[in-house]
Structure formats: structure tokens, C-alpha cells
Design a protein around this ligand. Structure first.
Ligand SMILES: [Zn+2]
Length: 295
């Protein structure tokens, strides 16, 4: 079975024709999401038009998704007029093939679980560190969605009482302290030329003690959130994604420090970086299409 998998993001639409876990053909184009939902849907169709010989269309997208109804529950101002789009129905009508829809963070988690860092794991968590912190809970090989379909907002666990204001409308959320944005904010308060991760970690490698303290404090913030999640979910594995996690110093420090902070009965946890990078979403949509067709 050939699966046409699309990963629709705020910047790009990544696509791949996948058979049995192997990418036969792949492509990437600009999504132009900022021009709004209708333009984004047009670009999704242009992408599909450039493929032939597929049996199923499987799409991951930015925004909160109702995967049963195949529609976008909510998309923020980065994609105007996308909220409410009945994407599965529109695509099914035009191409007359089965269509599956999932949120992009969930798709990436399933991709890592089936083909990447979590291969063989059944109960694991996936957290992505970037502007904010996204999360997915995988339980028995499937995404756990909660009663409203929106579980896994790890970025909005409150880790600081009366802490920094968050764009969710509340205060003290995990992502205000442990996201890549938080690291940049703290590093730039010390030296405003340190405006990306590579510069920060090259300063650290050159022995800058102040920067090392800033990075170590930020890693402690990451760890506190992970400790809470480990004690709640008892996962066998946690996968950490996002460009910043390519810095080995982070994963190594987390693994070194975290064992002293979790209860003995929770030992054995594996904390690993994501492996599939940009391809996690399309691999995940291939796995999700296979799962749902088996139903
Ligand atoms: Zn929040």
C-alpha cells in the first residue's frame, strides 16, 4: 500500500510517498499559512496533485485537530481563517481516497515511536522544545487524547506559582521557563548578541562560566517538568525533540541529574533525543494510516 503523507506546518508542507516504512519520493514547499486557511488548503491540493499512484492520503497539520471528524478545531493567528476547516471532507471529495488527519505534534510522536527514537516502545512521552513546548502521550502504541481530544499540553503545566505570564492566559507555565525561547531570553539578558542556540552553546564550550550557569539553570527547569511527568505516567521512554536538542550537552546533563530526582520505583527510564528530525511527521502519518486502516 502506498501512503501519501503530508506534514502541514506554519512554514512548509512536507510530503512523502511511503510504502512499508520506506520513503519512495519526497518533497517540500512553502505552506504560505500566514495568507490564511483557504490558501493553505490550495497549497495542500497542489502538493497532492504532484503525486500519483497512492492509495491513501494521510495529513498532519498545525493546530488542534478533531481526527474523527477530520476538521481543524482551532488554529491560532499564525494561520488565519483555518479554524473550522473540514479538511478531510474537502480532500476526500476531490481525490476520492481515504483521508486521515492528525495534529502535527501527535504525528511526530507516533513517527518516532514506530520508526525513530522510540522504536519498540509502547508507553512513552514526546516533548518538543521550541518557541513553546508541545507534547504527546503515547499509551499502548496510540495517542492518548483525553476527553476533549486536546491532552498533552505539557507546556502549560504550572511549575512556578505566580510566575511569568503565558500566552495561554495563565501564569507560571513550564514553557515560560524551559522552552528554547526561555533560554534565549535569559542568555540575551546577559549578552544580547547571543540570539540563537548555536552561539549560546559555542560560548559554553569555550568555557564561559556565566553562560554555563544560565544553560544549567534552564536544564534544571526542563528536568523539573520531566520529573512530574515521569511520576504521573511512569513511561519507559521520553523523547525530546526540537532543534535545540541536537546539543548533546543537554541530553547528557538531563540523564546525569534526573536519576537523583525520581523515586526508586521509577528508575530505568530512557530519555533520548528525537531521531527523525523533519521526517517524523510524515513517518507518523504513514503509521497512523496503517493503524486506522486495520480497524
Ligand atoms: Zn501557559
Amino acid at each position: 500500500m502506498n501512503i501519501l503523507a503530508l506534514d502541514v506546518g506554519g512554514t512548509a508542507i512536507k510530503s512523502a510517498l511511503i510504502n512499508n516504512g520506506e520513503i519512495l519520493k519526497g518533497d517540500e514547499c512553502l505552506s504560505e499559512a500566514r495568507l490564511g486557511g483557504p490558501r493553505l488548503v490550495e497549497n495542500i491540493m497542489k502538493t497532492i496533485d504532484s503525486y500519483s499512484d497512492y492509495d491513501v492520503i494521510s495529513i498532519s497539520t498545525t493546530g488542534q485537530v478533531d481526527s474523527e471528524k477530520g476538521c481543524i478545531i482551532y488554529a491560532n493567528e499564525n494561520v488565519p481563517d483555518y479554524t473550522g476547516t473540514k479538511l478531510s471532507m474537502i480532500i476526500k471529495k476531490k481525490y476520492n481516497k481515504p483521508v486521515f488527519l492528525e495534529n502535527d505534534v501527535n504525528a511526530a510522536a507516533i513517527g518516532e515511536g514506530f520508526y525513530g527514537a522510540g522504536k519498540g516502545e509502547k508507553n512513552f512521552l514526546c516533548l518538543t522544545y521550541g518557541t513553546g513546548i508541545g507534547g504527546a502521550i503515547v499509551f499502548n502504541g496510540k495517542i492518548y487524547k483525553g476527553s476533549n481530544g486536546v491532552a498533552g499540553e505539557m507546556g502549560h503545566m504550572v511549575t512556578h506559582i505566580n510566575g511569568l505570564s503565558c500566552n495561554c492566559g495563565h501564569k507560571g507555565c513550564y514553557e515560560q521557563y524551559a522552552s528554547t525561547t526561555a533560554l534565549l531570553r535569559n542568555a540575551m539578558a546577559y549578552d544580547n548578541t547571543l540570539n540563537n542556540g548555536y552561539l549560546i552553546f559555542s560560548e559554553l564550550e569555550q568555557g564561559n562560566k556565566e553562560i554555563k550557569d544560565i544553560v544549567d539553570n534552564w536544564i534544571d527547569e526542563i528536568i523539573y517538568g520531566l520529573v512530574n511527568l515521569i511520576h504521573i505516567f511512569n513511561p519507559s521512554c521520553i523523547i525530546l525533540g526540537g532543534g535545540i536538542m541536537k546539543q548533546k550537552y543537554i541530553i547528557n546533563s538531563i540523564n546525569e541529574k534526573i536519576l537523583n530526582k525520581i523515586m526508586d520505583s521509577f528508575q530505568g527510564i530512557k530519555i533520548v533525543p528525537a531521531q527523525l528530525g523533519n521526517n517524523a511527521g510524515v513517518y507518523g502519518m504513514a503509521a497512523i494510516a496503517e493503524q486506522r486502516l486495520k480497524k
